[in-house]
Write a protein that binds this ligand. Structure first.
Ligand code: 8DG
Ligand code: CA
Ligand code: CA
Length: 584
């Protein structure tokens, strides 16, 4: 195996990590994709060979070598006009000694298994990541935030802390928000990897649009503090069933990814011109600028009614209406709910198979009641968020099981994961078939058949809801879609040495002709999808939902072959998934 030259002693950059002991993973923003880490010393990468076949192992090793070539191609020092662009001298070096590695790459996810290769105490002092970290770091030309790729849940925090993702490029610290990227010359877009947000697209989005599907909404924006405060008021309105007011706050939140920090000086000039910020909301924004908080939010947070209702709605199946009903019965805590629903924490002996067979014949009340009982019993597991590495592993396991009963299927993990969230509350996977002609026939009925199989294999332990297929109906007014889907509880296979965490898994089945509409719909975010539907209706006379696109006046159906085509059909500029975070 060709190892590179030994590197010099650890440089200043490592101390920068120590200066921030509570460092959290940095979150992707469009700016960060092209801004990068700067360091003169190559990052040393040690690859644990266990669970990696020899072909993959050598291709991972080669990635560290290919790094230089890719960097040359991706980041020339000058653009066509001779202007300096971001150049990051991030470099990788393969290390044969785990002791001196900055990052340890492994396909192992269990403590016991890793301990056979790396001393546990040593492991705790390293960033331990999945092979995907290496692939993405090379792809994006910067060391990715390790926390998003933590190989072992138990070492997540150590991995975040030890991660050598160092901000700053020779172009200085970039202005936050998409305006930074959009101000670049179009030629820069050629240097960005194809699946990253393209500056040419971003430059066509406008933050003053009424529709969030025409704006760029990164995961974290300069006004995150304000957004969090507004979100509590939105939640309170939602809990009280005040839907119109709730939507006003949701809209205010969705326009707040304004690309600059909101200050006194831009409040009158620019912010007051943003859509949906009426007098009341502007006065709240002003209050936030002055005091760093909003009085109404503080009142909400201390309200015991809000606390109870908010806790109740963390349980899948309990919406605001049910939460208020339970509160009116005198229930105040989740323990009260356990008693009320006769649930024992951690235990729910549900007849999963019977649920699968009864799918489609149950009343809505029965479905909801079952969801609540399962979610209540497993709430301690469900409250643990899912790191990206585990999301990817779940998708791998699901797809290899699917291959056993139906060959030629494909999948995309959607939801918050696809929008770049480092941690997800549940996993959403859209599944389709590669064959455009015969695929629809193979997908029909597959949901039930597959869930039965996953249950037999011990991977799906509970089914909250399982629905069959209905044609996309251009006249349908229903909120969501008509795809086959299963809302399940899933556990990864283990070797019995460690208890696996129960995870919520949503499986959505789409024929090839509606695969991309399903992917766009289920990628979200909720407000983004809401505005897609609204834009399609108001501006194009189309109906859009996850199960298809149709023209309203003649019900003609459209079958996009790519995600970009979905946007093109609706007359929209393509918005990269990581810029669709229009909710908090
Ligand atoms: P997280 O809380 O899971 O981390 O974030 P998320 O992935 O954004 O939330 P989610 O509740 O899993 O929802 C994923 C997206 O799917 C979201 O934008 C809304 C959308 N969605 C549902 N239910 C349904 C549904 O029944 N049909 C369709 N088409 N979309 C749905 O939540
Ligand atoms: Ca999700
Ligand atoms: Ca979900």
């Amino acid at each position: 195996m060709p190892f590179k030259r030994p590197s010099p002693a650890r440089s200043e950059s490592s101390s920068s990590v120590e200066e921030h002991p509570s460092k959290r993973p940095r979150l992707s923003s469009p700016t960060e994709i092209i801004s990068n880490a700067s360091n003169t010393r190559p990052l040393k990468v040690y690859i644990v060979p266990a669970k990696i076949d020899s072909k993959t192992f050598s291709s991972l090793c080669r990635l560290t070598e290919r790094r230089d070539a890719i960097l040359e191609k991706v980041s020339p020092k000058k653009d066509g006009n001779g202007t300096e662009v971001d150049v990051c001298d991030f470099d990788l070096e393969l290390s044969g000694d785990v002791h001196e590695a900055d990052v340890v790459v492994t396909a192992v996810h269990m403590k016991q298994r890793l301990e056979r290769h790396v001393d546990w105490e040593l492991a705790k002092s390293k960033a331990i990541v999945t092979p995907q970290w290496l692939e993405d770091s090379v792809k994006y030309g910067r060391p990715m935030p390790c926390g998003d790729y933590a190989a072992l849940n138990v070492l997540h925090d150590e991995t975040v802390h030890e991660c050598p993702d160092r901000p700053s490029c020779n172009s200085g610290s970039p202005e936050p928000g998409p305006s930074h990227t959009s101000s670049r010359s179009p030629s820069t877009s050629k240097q960005i990897p194809e699946d990253a947000p393209q500056p040419a697209d971003i430059s066509l989005l406008t933050h003053t649009s009424r529709y969030c599907c025409c704006r760029a909404s990164p995961l974290v924006c300069p006004n995150q503090g304000l957004i969090k405060q507004l979100d509590k008021i939105k939640e309170a309105r939602n809990l009280e069933g005040e839907e119109r007011s709730m939507l006003s706050y949701a809209r205010a939140i969705s326009v707040s990814p304004f690309p600059h920090v909101i200050t006194h000086s831009n409040l009158k000039r620019e912010i007051s011109k943003l859509p949906y910020l009426g007098e009341k909301l502007l006065s709240m924004v002003e209050e936030f600028i002055k005091t760093g908080q909003i009085n109404e939010t503080q009142g909400i947070l201390t309200s015991s009614r809000f606390q109870a209702l908010s806790a109740f709605t963390t349980i899948h199946g309990i919406g605001p209406h049910t939460a208020r009903k339970l509160y009116n019965l005198g229930l105040r805590t989740l323990e009260d709910l356990e008693r009320y629903y006769e649930v024992e924490p951690g235990r729910c002996g549900q007849e999963t198979l019977a649920v699968i067979e009864a799918a489609g014949r149950e009343s809505d009340e029965a479905i909801v009641e079952r969801s609540i009982k399962v979610a209540l019993a497993l709430r301690h597991d469900f409250s643990q968020t899912i790191p990206r590495a585990e999301v990817e592993e779940m998708n791998r396991v699901v797809m290899s099981e699917l291959e056993q009963i139906e060959q030629g299927c494909k999948s995309i993990v959607v939801g918050g994961y696809r929008r770049g969230k480092p941690q997800s509350n549940d996993v959403d996977i859209v599944i389709s078939h590669r064959n455009w002609e015969s695929g629809a026939g193979k997908i029909k009925g597959l949901c039930k058949r597959f869930v039965r199989r996953l249950h037999e294999r011990g991977l799906v332990t509970h089914v909250m809801h399982l629905s069959g297929f209905h044609e996309h109906n251009a006249l349908r007014t229903h909120h969501w879609d008509s795809l086959e889907k299963a809302l399940t509880v899933f556990v990864l296979p283990g070797d019995g040495s460690q208890r696996r965490v129960y995870r919520r898994l949503d499986l959505i089945f789409a024929a090839p002709q509606v695969f991309w509409t399903a992917v766009v719909g289920w990628t979200g975010s909720t407000m983004f999808q809401r505005d897609l539907r609204l834009y399609a209706k108001q501006q194009k006379g189309f109906k859009f939902d996850s199960s298809g696109i149709s023209r309203r006046h003649d019900s003609k159906l459209f079958f996009p072959k790519t995600e970009r085509e979905v946007f093109e059909l609706l007359g929209l500029v393509y918005v990269h998934p990581t810029l669709r975070n229009a909710d908090i």
